[in-house]
Design a protein around this ligand. Structure first.
Ligand SMILES: [Fe+2]
Length: 197
């Protein structure tokens, strides 16, 4: 029996961190700008707030695990948080498919969610499985090798990190309660050496 080498896959990191009620409550009560499908915090540097110091440190430790332990990037390259903001989805809100510009790694920390308050959909825009978009063979069972969309049902404290080019969306909030998550971007800190590939 042979085996598959999951070559050139998109490495998505999944973890869970402890969240205290004070932090979640305070982050859920920041000022929001309402858009047509969801609300985004006015503050786009949420992790720089004083009361987020411990949270920022916990996220840094997870990012280090992802970047240096799992992806095995050389630790002479340092990464920093650039933007960080709170997303609020009230009933029927959703997020259409998008990706994050001018960022290397993006992450979502789920602060206050419910089973029916919106799933995260990650999309394989590159069709980097056996079939390109002109071939529409339906798999018998969906798995990480044949899926076009990967669905994650987040729970409180769940942390998802992924390359910023990865397209993602959030399904409608079908709960009467608001759904809150913290999103962030990371970029390389410092100079990169020039070179020829
Ligand atoms: Fe996003």
């Amino acid at each position: 029996m042979g085996q598959i080498i999951p070559l050139f896959s998109t490495p998505v990191y999944q973890s869970n961190i402890y969240l205290d009620n004070y932090t979640v409550g305070t982050l859920s009560n920041v000022s929001f700008n309402q858009r047509n499908r969801c609300s985004i915090s006015e503050n786009k540097k949420i992790l720089d707030l004083d009361f987020c110091k411990n949270l920022k440190q916990a996220l840094e430790e997870e990012a280090n695990e992802y970047i240096y332990q799992q992806l095995e990037i050389d630790d002479r390259y340092r990464f920093k948080f650039t933007d960080s903001w709170i997303m609020k989805h009230v009933t029927n809100d959703f997020s259409p498919k998008h990706w994050h510009w001018n960022s290397v790694i993006s992450g979502i920390l789920y602060l206050d969610v419910y089973p029916d308050s919106g799933k995260l959909l990650l999309t394989n825009d590159n069709y980097n499985h056996l079939f390109k978009q002109t071939i529409g063979l339906k798999p018998k069972y969906y798995n990480i090798f044949n899926s076009q969309v990967w669905e994650i049902s987040p729970q409180n404290g769940d942390l998802i990190m992924f390359p910023s080019f990865l397209s993602h969306a959030v399904t409608h909030n079908q709960n009467t309660r608001d759904r809150f998550c913290l999103a962030f971007n990371m970029f390389i800190d410092g100079e990169l050496e020039p070179g020829i590939n």
